[in-house]
Design a protein around this ligand. Structure first.
Ligand SMILES: Cc1cc2nc3c(=O)[nH]c(=O)nc-3n(C[C@H](O)[C@H](O)[C@H](O)COP(=O)(O)OP(=O)(O)OC[C@H]3O[C@@H](n4cnc5c(N)ncnc54)[C@H](O)[C@@H]3O)c2cc1C
Length: 297
């Protein structure tokens, strides 16, 4: 790709070309990225972002890919993935510093082992800390922004530290979309370690019992409309098990659309449209996607 030589002068991370994206997503769908960057340091990220902005290159920031649907044609541009790198976690008293590439389930476990309460309900939310912040991930009545104190981002080409009050956050949404999230500081509370670990075990079991975790999925495809559950609306339309090609509505949880037979993104999009249409027809409710489309108009 044009300009790659220039990036290589200052950026020391990995650069891959035509990298298939499906393996980097929990849905295991979609085509390749033209350019795939794996930065190893904050400086690498800063250089990559500076370069992307200088040439207005289409880009996508990726964590563990547990909340995205990549189109079959892939992504024409640059994907920057920080997961498995930039993943340090530091606990000092009740304050927790975590880099965006850290695994959220790992972060939760570390805080509970340290006897800290606040994010125990998020133990089964897969993905990175960066993805959790961008999405304001939540479960069982709590969300990550309940405990966020500060978030460090690259905004434009500058590293800035935002206080919680500077960030708009609501159900599965923040205004950090244009930023590269680097790290966060959470303010937790002291709690009873054994009780917290037990609670986490209960929630993980609940997920195993109610969610199709053994087949590729992206969690809840749709947001819950106010006062309603998307899963219940879909189930009431008799859609559990409904299939288009290699993808289907999970028989275990109707808000999970699963790639259980090597499906394509086109099939998943067709299934999403079908489910939306049926729910609207029966209930007059417009379902909104929680999962984000990548490389799809
Ligand atoms: C089985 C299963 C269960 C789930 N359960 C829940 C649940 O209970 N609650 C819930 O909230 N979610 C749930 N999810 C969805 C998903 O796990 C969360 O949204 C998660 O926080 C996404 O993190 P990620 O690293 O995978 O993000 P990705 O999918 O990689 O990306 C998601 C969004 O975050 C952006 N992003 C990622 N990292 C950065 C960064 N460093 N800087 C800027 N932007 C970034 C991406 O551009 C994208 O827009 C579930 C998913 C699965 C597969």
């Amino acid at each position: 790709m044009l300009y790659l030589d220039e990036l290589g002068k200052t950026y020391k991370g990995e650069i891959r070309l035509s990298e298939p994206l499906a393996p980097y997503t929990s849905l295991k769908l979609g085509g390749p990225a033209d350019v795939f960057l794996i930065p190893k340091t904050k400086e690498d990220i800063a250089e990559a972002v500076k370069w992307i902005r200088k040439y207005h290159i289409p880009h996508y920031y990726l964590g563990y890919g547990t909340n995205i649907l990549v189109g079959d044609a892939g992504f024409q541009g640059v994907v920057v993935r920080i997961a498995d790198s930039l993943n340090s976690i530091t606990i000092q008293g009740t304050k927790v510093y975590a880099e965006a590439g850290a695994s959220l389930p790992m972060l939760v476990l570390e805080t509970l082992k340290a006897g800290l309460a606040g994010i125990e309900a998020l133990g089964g939310v897969p993905g990175t800390v960066g993805g959790a912040l961008l999405m304001n991930a939540g479960a069982y009545g709590s969300e990550i922004f309940d405990v966020v104190e500060k978030v460090e981002v690259i905004r434009g080409s500058k590293l800035v530290v935002l206080g919680k009050e500077d960030i708009h956050h609501e159900y599965r949404k923040t205004n950090l979309d244009q930023d590269f999230i680097i790290s966060c500081t959470l303010a937790l509370k002291k709690g009873d370690k054994e009780a917290l670990l037990e609670k986490r075990r209960e929630w993980l079991k609940k997920r195993r019992d109610t969610q199709p975790l053994d087949v590729p999925n992206a969690g809840s495809i749709f947001k819950n409309p106010p006062g309603m559950y998307a899963g219940a609306l879909i189930e009431s339309c008799g859609l559990k098990g409904y299939r288009i090609g290699g993808v289907s509505v999970s028989a275990k949880h109707a808000n999970f659309l699963v790639n259980d037979q090597n499906g394509t993104a086109a099939e998943m999009l067709a299934l999403i449209d079908y489910v939306k249409a049926k729910v609207f027809e029966k209930h007059g409710v417009k379902l909104e996607m929680e999962v984000r489309k990548v490389g799809i108009e």
